[in-house]
Ligand binder design. Structure first.
Ligand code: HEC
Length: 134
């Protein structure tokens, strides 16, 4: 169990240190373009899960702006979801897209999510700071 935790931590930190480019308007723009091509049919233009193909899916894509993510909703987690897909669901892996494009998608999905709940990130940061001070 412990080894698994250590491996997971190492994996995540290797992702964030070596793999993750920092977010930028250009990268998000790239993600938006890719989203329009690759994701909008299922996830809908604002990520509300209302794409034209969504009604026929089981499970249906959830509303990015409101519902909890199974696989985590920070950029690293979304990058992983996009890279590996969710087994047994219509959410397939998009591993054929470049790393850069998948990071763009990840940051764009995070952006869509925050657009639906603008107060959340600021409140979370504040709470984290408070805890840190004690
Ligand atoms: C064929 C339809 C389809 C396409 C195309 C598609 N998705 Fe999905 N996606 C789904 C479904 C269905 C789910 C929900 C799966 C579930 O509930 O387990 C999902 C779930 C997700 C999740 C949430 C995972 C979680 O942790 O809850 C993310 C993030 C996501 N998709 C991103 C994308 C991105 C980015 C693209 C484009 C590169 C994309 N999807 C393309 C159908 C699709």
């Amino acid at each position: 169990m412990r080894a698994v935790t250590v491996a997971a931590v190492l994996f995540i930190s290797s992702l964030t240190q070596a793999g993750a480019p920092s977010s930028s308007p250009q990268l998000i723009e790239k993600g938006k373009t890719s989203y329009t091509t690759n994701c909008v049919a299922c996830h809908g233009p604002k990520g509300a899960g209302d794409g034209v193909a969504a009604a026929a899916l089981n499970p249906k894509p959830r509303d990015f702006t409101k519902e909890a993510f199974k696989n985590g909703d920070n950029a690293e987690a979304v990058f992983k979801t996009v890279s590996q897909g969710l087994t047994g669901t219509p959410m397939v892996a998009f591993a054929h897209l470049s790393d850069e494009e998948r990071w763009g998608l990840a940051y764009y999905v995070v952006e869509l999510r925050h657009a639906g709940m603008p107060a959340a990130p600021a409140a979370a940061t504040k709470a984290a700071k408070k805890v840190g001070k004690k």
